[in-house]
Write a protein that binds this ligand. Structure first.
Ligand code: HEM
Length: 402
């Protein structure tokens, strides 16, 4: 495959091979060697194929540089953050992920009340019930494939509940999610985007005359600057929840379970005292941050001494910067009581709005699994591959217990 030409302003010595590109699959756990190796390299590099569709992108390794870019809305835009609408010839934006400041503030004010810790506490029992439903059948077994048996379907079920959609959609949503987020083939992404937008449009239309207390109805009732959302804004809102709210949680659950399966001493600490789970989840979020999004430069600027030009893409690799030795002492060591100020949920105005829900889901997944299933480990014959790219996710996670 021919790589795109390197722009003239990119110094040749900064061009490098970035292993975490969409479509790459690793046979080893990328957190053991690949990610620490990138961290040991230069603070900034230019990857000729770092961005979706074989486009070049800058990769920053230091938390301070990435935080500066998150905050610099004068030089960096979230437009084309994930060009799903473009793929299907439409021009809605993800709401609020693809809205730049200052307008973003209006949209964010609309979305913020959905995920307050108080609302999440009210939803807590239902989330726990759903976790138990998926874990119950595993109690009579001594093995499972965590992705298939739990990590994918549990967050999808929570999402369906929030959106007021039938549980019978779990399998279909899983297929669409994989097509949207783990397939580098633009035709597959396009077909999945079309299927999801058609489905969501049908549900939005159905709700118009039958408003309930689900999130689709929330969007229809909401106002931005004193007016209702347009059709495009409604699609952008629902689509943003679809791409933001399920796969990220599945991935986080799988990466944290993998760590505990490979570190029985850490699993024992949480089994002995489940009140340590919430703090452990924060450290594991830091050490195993799954998400890389992007920004587009809109005005020439220097970051870390490097010239970035309009049109350049920058990868917002939380995966890398949460292991920055300048930000964290011994970053490749997991210390369950570290209680870090990580940026697994991003930083600045676009910081993840679903973080309170995500945290509850991961904590509940661990609490329920650890209390129902004996100490687990990775199956002896397991060959675990991991998707790299925008979301770092094990392809499978075979676990066994006695
Ligand atoms: C552990 C799970 C999750 C992780 C690691 C995660 C990560 C992130 C990150 C890094 C961002 C910032 C992106 C950027 O600025 O470029 C973000 C934003 C966002 N996330 Fe999450 N997320 C998770 C769960 C969720 C859930 C459960 C939902 C909703 C149901 C959600 C909805 C959103 C939305 C709507 C935004 C855009 C916020 C804005 O632009 O103002 N996320 N997420």
């Amino acid at each position: 495959m021919t790589l795109p030409a390197i722009p003239a302003h990119v110094p040749p010595h900064l061009v490098g091979d970035y292993p975490l590109v969409l479509g790459a699959v690793s046979d080893e756990n990328p957190f053991n060697r690949i990610i620490p190796d990138i961290q040991n390299g230069p603070a900034v590099m230019y990857s000729p194929n770092g961005y979706l569709g074989m486009k070049g992108a800058w990769v920053f390794n230091r938390a301070a540089d990435l935080q500066a870019i998150y905050l610099d809305t004068e030089h960096f835009s979230v437009k084309d953050f994930a060009p799903f609408a473009k793929f299907v010839g439409e021009n809605w934006n993800l709401v609020p992920a693809e809205i730049d400041a200052p307008m973003h503030g209006l949209y964010r004010a609309m979305v913020n009340p959905i995920f307050t810790p108080r609302r999440m506490a009210q939803f807590e029992n239902r989330v726990r019930e759903l976790a138990r439903e998926y874990i119950a059948p595993l109690k009579n077994r001594n093995e499972c494939e965590l992705m298939n048996d739990f990590a994918f379907r549990f967050p999808i079920a929570v999402f369906l509940e929030l959106m007021g959609l039938p549980m019978s959609n779990v399998e279909q949503f899983l297929e669409w999610e994989n097509g949207l987020l783990h397939n580098p083939n633009v035709d597959v992404i396009t077909a999945s985007t079309r299927a999801v937008t058609n489905y969501l449009q049908g549900e939005i239309d159905a709700r118009r005359n039958n408003l309930t207390d689900d999130l689709i109805s929330y969007g229809l009732k909401a106002e931005i600057d004193g007016r209702k959302l347009t059709d495009d804004e409604m699609m952008g809102f629902c689509f943003n929840l679809f791409v933001g709210g399920m796969d990220t949680v599945s991935t986080t659950v799988s990466l944290q379970f993998r760590h505990l399966a490979e570190h029985p001493e850490h699993q024992a600490i949480l089994r002995d005292d489940p009140s340590k789970i919430p703090m452990a989840v924060e450290e594991l979020l830091r050490a195993y941050s799954p998400s890389t999004t992007a920004r587009t430069c809109i005005k020439a600027v220097k970051v870390a001494g490097v010239q970035i030009m309009p049109g350049d893409k920058v990868l917002m690799a939380t995966t890398l910067v949460n292991r920055d030795p300048e930000a964290f002492d011994a970053p490749n060591e997991v210390r369950l009581d570290r209680n870090p100020r990580h940026i697994a949920f991003g930083f600045g105005v676009h910081r993840c709005v679903g973080a309170p829900l995500a945290r509850r889901e991961v904590i509940i997944a661990l609490e329920e699994f650890l209390s129902a299933i004996p100490p687990f480990r990775i199956a002896a014959d397991a060959h675990i591959q991991t998707y790299l790219g925008g979301v770092i996710q094990p392809v499978s996670l075979p676990l066994v217990w006695d």
